[in-house]
Design a protein around this ligand. Sequence first.
Ligand code: TRP
Length: 306
Amino acid sequence: MKTRFLTGITPSGTLHLGNYVGCIRPAIEKAKLPNTESFYFISDYHALIKTRDPDRIEKSRMQIAATWLACGLDPNHVHFYRQSDILEVPELNWILNCITSKGLMNRAHAYKAKVDDNVAAGEDPDNNVSMGLYCYPILMAADILMFNANYIPVGRDQIQHVEMCRDIAQRFNQLYGKEIFTLPEAFIDEEVAVLPGLDGRKMSKSYDNVIPLFEGGEKALKAAILKVVTDCKEPGEPKDPCSTSLTQLYDAFATPTEKEEFANKLRDGLGWGEAKEIVFKQINAEIGPKRAKYEELMRNPQVVED
Ligand code: TRP
């Protein structure tokens, strides 16, 4: 049997460079390995936990699908789908709900963070906590167990959910006395960079520090890179390559030799303005042709649907 990779992206906004480097690019590479079968999907039911705006979900869903395709996902080779198109997913979700203990969900960190925020704000602990948010890891378990996936490429924030999925699968197998479900594992590739955002923290929508992937075109990419925080050293002064996110951004798109050259130029006094121009060119060389494909797909939503 082939090794199965499965991962989902929730359509609640647009994608940024961190999503590309951390998820999309490596997932497309994984799908090309021999003896693997990949399942990549858009978790639109999960989006309902974050937003009640149908237009936003629809738009984001289309953008994310077009992004995967523009970045080279081959839909003839990968199972590429909307969560909501597989009716058995919510069906399995309910079955799993009935064997999952409430205590396990009490420990889920997305839910716990919300409760902590409420308590800190002097609110009722359950304020604005929907059952969707509370049971979110069970729907995720249904996504994974539906296809008996082996490896789940995810960011570190999702490891707990994959571990909960294992717990749920184990309990189900034990209750029914058979190896019905495969126990999945989170797949964290140490080679894959976690991109820093404009301010040096992890690039994330919730920190408002992202560099857009395609949205806003080349102009928006350049404008965002110009905003990356640096110290106030003048051109000509030696600079520490580790003192700015620019280096990690460049490195995620460069060969080992190019990385070394860029770091040396900074040590030799390259100005920040010029450094930003180099970073922009390097990233745009990889992203630009994909952006053209993306824009074409966005003009032809029927092609994306098909
Ligand atoms: N919860 C994931 C996120 O927000 C998306 C997701 C939904 C997912 N179902 C999944 C990821 C199953 C991996 C496997 O990032």
